[in-house]
Write a protein of this length. Structure first.
Length: 154
């Protein structure tokens, strides 16, 4: 029984997607916005592939198809969670700077917060659905962040 538990844990560790590429929470000032946005785009591409594969496997009842559908569902969930984590722990905590009420930049700060929040909301909806339109909305929401950062190589 212990061997089964150890094997199960090992499978989970080995098959889990890469950790969210957030930055440390130290005031080091070393940021790579291009890499973070690229990681978000890779997460979206994986989600898009997962939604397509889940749709193709829907209705199949053989064990292999059920296994693959389950794996794609898990991948979709994990990558949507990675997006939410990256937005929360990298962008919102380190890159979106708060402003004092009444400052001229307050409206632009609120717009930035709204755009980052939109990514998180659509990622949450993607976790709950297999609608390709939501995946397209997620891609658009991620692309909308580019205006806030100096993104290279796009």
């Amino acid at each position: 029984m212990l061997a089964l538990v150890v094997a199960s844990v090992a499978v989970v560790i080995v098959t889990s997607p890469r950790p969210a590429l957030t930055h440390c929470q130290m005031p080091c000032g070393i940021y790579d916005d291009t890499a973070r946005v690229q990681a978000l785009r890779e997460d979206v591409a994986t989600i898009e592939k997962a939604v397509t594969s889940i749709t193709e496997l829907a209705g199949k009842t053989d064990a292999q198809s059920i296994n693959q559908a389950t794996r794609w569902i898990n991948a979709k969930e994990d990558h949507a969670s990675a997006i939410i984590t990256t937005i929360a722990e990298y962008f919102l905590t380190q890159r979106v700077k708060p402003v004092v009420p009444g400052e001229k930049s307050r409206d632009s700060c609120l717009k930035s917060l709204s755009d980052h929040h939109a990514v998180m909301v659509v990622a949450m909806k993607v976790k709950q659905n297999v609608d390709p339109k939501l995946v397209a909305s997620l891609k658009d929401a991620v692309d909308a962040l580019e205006k806030y950062y100096e993104i290279t190589g796009h």
